[in-house]
Ligand binder design. Structure first.
Ligand SMILES: Cc1cc2nc3c(=O)[nH]c(=O)nc-3n(C[C@H](O)[C@H](O)[C@H](O)COP(=O)(O)OP(=O)(O)OC[C@H]3O[C@@H](n4cnc5c(N)ncnc54)[C@H](O)[C@@H]3O)c2cc1C
Length: 288
């Protein structure tokens, strides 16, 4: 393994100063579950590792006056999963974090690290895109909010600049009548990453028609897949079995999946059809 120095700054200001000075020579470490693996494999050779574990501002889980759930970038997936606040306000976020790996990994891995490693076979990014969450990135140049739908741009690639730090993820509240779910399909061990992951949200109007619908499919391509033309076409329609089947069919036809050890492209297309349909039925049951 290459030689590098490790620093543990105690504030966001110090982290930003280090990122501004070292640029791509510095590598942030959150839970370290991904960074450690790539360092061992010799795929990264930073001169400086910047640990975030002593930065208290990054670890919180809170709800603001507008009802947004605010997950600090260093919130551990296990903390999100078990947070009474998250379970009360947006239980689907807790449910999705519980689907990641095993409890040991979830005690270590963070929500910020999960988004920033941009692995295509991850669970939270699809849900956060379906919920229209925003990722807050700061640098010495300022602060910006990035839609979770635009944050991951390719395999292990995000829109972040080398001097930017993700400080939190802001998840807007769902209307009380909405139903939401994340379904994970694994083909190997119970602890494995997803072969296919589907996040679905339905918002019925007072006549039981679709006021809003979201479907995002993860782990099938280099970034989570959302098909706005399919979603826009069904708004205003009854959320009956025919509409659900049509959305599932169009997602299966509209996504070009990749092949890997968890499943071939052909197989993934079949799973997308089944799991989009299943997820929408569960979201419909959960909606009021
Ligand atoms: C055995 C195993 C099984 C797994 N299974 C799953 C699974 O089923 N589903 C799933 O979704 N994931 C899974 N993962 C992935 C796991 O969730 C990730 O390793 C984890 O999310 C990375 O989080 P971390 O906090 O350890 O990040 P780190 O490894 O510390 O960092 C990851 C990347 O993000 C960058 N980074 C971290 N924090 C920030 C920040 N605040 N701002 C800017 N950049 C930042 C780092 O520089 C690095 O590039 C698995 C991992 C392991 C080891």
């Amino acid at each position: 393994m290459a030689e590098f120095a490790v620093v543990e700054p105690g504030s966001v200001v110090e982290v930003l100063d280090l990122l501004a000075r070292y640029g791509e020579e510095a590598k942030l470490v959150a839970g370290g579950t991904w960074v450690t693996l790539v360092l061992r494999q010799g795929l990264l050779w930073p001169s400086l590792l910047v640990s975030l574990r002593r930065v208290p501002e990054l670890a919180g889980i809170a709800v603001d006056e507008a009802g947004n759930l605010r997950l600090g970038a260093m919130a551990r997936l296990r903390s999100v999963e078990t947070s009474p606040l998250v379970r009360e306000r947006l239980p689907v976020v807790a449910e999705t974090c519980r689907e990641v790996a095993n409890v040991r990994v979830r005690h270590q891995a963070t929500i910020g690290g999960n988004l920033c490693d941009a692995d295509y076979a991850s669970d939270p990014p699809a849900l956060l895109a379906a919920l229209d969450a925003r990722v807050v990135a700061v640098s010495q140049r300022g602060r910006r909010e990035i839609s979770a739908r635009d944050f991951i741009v390719g395999h292990y690639q995000t829109v972040l600049e080398p001097d930017e730090l993700v400080t939190e993820v802001i998840v807007p509240p769902l209307p009380p009548e909405a139903g939401a779910v994340y379904l994970k399909y694994r083909t190997r061990s119970h602890e494995d990453r997803p072969c296919v992951g589907v996040a679905a949200v339905v918002v019925p109007d007072s006549d039981g028609r679709l006021a809003g619908v979201e479907v995002v499919v993860g782990a099938v391509a280099e970034r989570p897949q959302r098909l706005p033309e399919v979603l826009d076409a069904v708004v205003g329609r009854a959320l009956d079995d025919a509409t659900i089947a049509e959305i599932a069919e169009r997602y299966a036809a509209g996504i070009e999946p990749l092949s890997d050890l968890r499943g071939s492209a052909w197989y993934r297309t079949e799973v997308i059809r089944v799991f989009v349909e299943r997820a929408l039925r569960i979201a419909r049951e959960r909606a009021r």
